[in-house]
Design a binder for this molecule. Structure first.
Ligand code: SAM
Length: 378
């Protein structure tokens, strides 16, 4: 498929190139921010599964360069519209139209981006090439957040915690839905584990999920450590895809909770007894032991599947479609603007996993022999 045809089929692919984003995923974060004001008061962020780097670009433009994008851009647009209505006499002169604040770079910004793939550098952002599912990544991240962190330390709690952890992690999908959902959930679990080590109380966690059969169990588990958990679907995420994002706000680790490598999520024993189950209903999912440590009651196993009490552990998160209604529909083809010139991707992948396959095909001069290494804006 030619670039022009893809520009037509995918408005966000075209817009990403026009606005200088490395991937169309940038719009997902911007639309999530429109709804949840994610960057309010934020200066320290960890961007997991960050390559090729469009989410890091959004962070850089908002926090480092002080540009008004996402929610702020939406407010600017609304302000202009109110001014126009006032000038047209559609609303009274007396109606208060408050000017949005000026764009300003923030102070003491720290952004750490991690991915398995190498990522082209972005000014002001620390990029790490690491596997988020590997335990050795935790001290690596802590060191990046605080150069004084002693890597031989057994403590894995950040001395300089962060306000926001993002994870857009996705495996190379196989098309076998159950397998893809399973691998994706492992990435999410790893991201949550990292977030538990580095988030400050009140912090936020935003992560990609694939909505599978037991996703409600995951929401209930997240509710243990966050006050609010919402599932969001940005307009730029295709309606036809199982992809969505969980937006968790107000991190409030239970009393006595300590992040740990051996027992990553502090998971306690499973609910076995009816009194535990009724306790979980009234004091959801927490149990304070005699020694004062809070155990988290995480999930079911097959023994308990028949137990009606176990069903109560599930919890349905509110679902929100987000992004301006005037935004492009990700599933529709759109007419290209007059005189449209198709641009090259902003940042082709540095080391795409499919590079070898393409090279082999090219060598053989087969049907795909002329396929260009492109992508980057996916
Ligand atoms: N948010 C990115 C952006 O805006 O450019 C796009 C992320 S892309 C959809 C998913 C990324 O997850 C890929 O770059 C992939 O390398 C990364 N990934 C998958 N498994 C990973 C793992 N175990 N550790 C680190 N990164 C991983």
């Amino acid at each position: 498929m030619g670039k022009s045809s893809k520009d037509k089929r995918d408005a966000y692919y075209r817009l990403a190139k026009e606005q200088g984003w490395r991937a169309r995923s940038a719009f997902k974060l911007l639309q999530l921010d429109e709804e949840f004001d994610l960057f309010e008061g934020v200066t320290r962020v960890v961007d997991l599964c960050a390559a090729p780097g469009s989410w890091s670009q959004v962070l850089s433009r908002v926090l480092i360069q002080g540009q008004r994008v996402g929610r702020a851009a939406w407010e600017d647009k609304r302000y202009k519209e109110l001014l126009r209505l006032r000038q047209a006499g559609a609303i009274s002169e007396a109606d208060a139209v408050e000017a949005p604040p000026e764009a300003r770079p923030r102070k003491d910004v720290k952004i750490v981006a991690i991915d398995l793939q190498p990522m082209s550098p972005l000014e002001g952002i620390t990029c790490l090439k690491a596997d988020i599912t590997h335990p050795s990544t935790i001290p690596l991240l802590l060191k990046a957040l605080d150069p004084d962190y002693d890597s031989s330390s057994t403590s894995i709690e950040a001395s300089h915690p962060v306000d926001l952890v993002l994870s857009d992690g996705a495996p190379d999908v196989t098309g076998l839905h159950d397998l893809d959902i399973y691998v994706q959930s492992q990435l999410l679990w790893a991201a949550l584990n990292l977030a538990l080590c580095v988030l400050k109380p009140g912090g936020k966690f935003v992560a990609k999920i694939f909505r599978g059969k037991d996703v409600d169990l995951l929401y209930a588990q997240l509710k243990i450590v966050f006050e609010r958990v919402t599932v969001a679907k940005p307009r730029s995420s295709r309606a036809s895809s199982v992809e969505a994002f969980i937006v968790c706000t107000n991190f409030r680790p239970p009393m006595g909770f300590k992040a740990s490598l051996d027992n990553p999520l502090g998971a306690g024993r499973k609910l076995q007894h009816s009194e535990d189950i009724s306790a979980a209903r009234t004091k959801p999912y927490r149990k304070v032991r005699e020694d004062g440590i809070t155990e988290l009651e995480l999930g079911s196993d097959s023994e308990n599947e028949q137990d009606p009490g176990q069903q109560d552990i599930r919890w349905i998160a509110p679902f929100l479609a987000c992004g301006d209604l005037s935004a492009f529909d990700a599933d529709a083809s759109h007419k290209l603007p007059e005189g449209h010139v198709s641009l090259d991707p902003v940042q082709p992948p540095t080391a795409p996993p499919y590079r070898r396959a393409l090279e082999e095909r090219r060598k053989m001069g087969g049907a795909y022999g002329k396929t260009k290494l492109g992508g980057g804006v996916e």
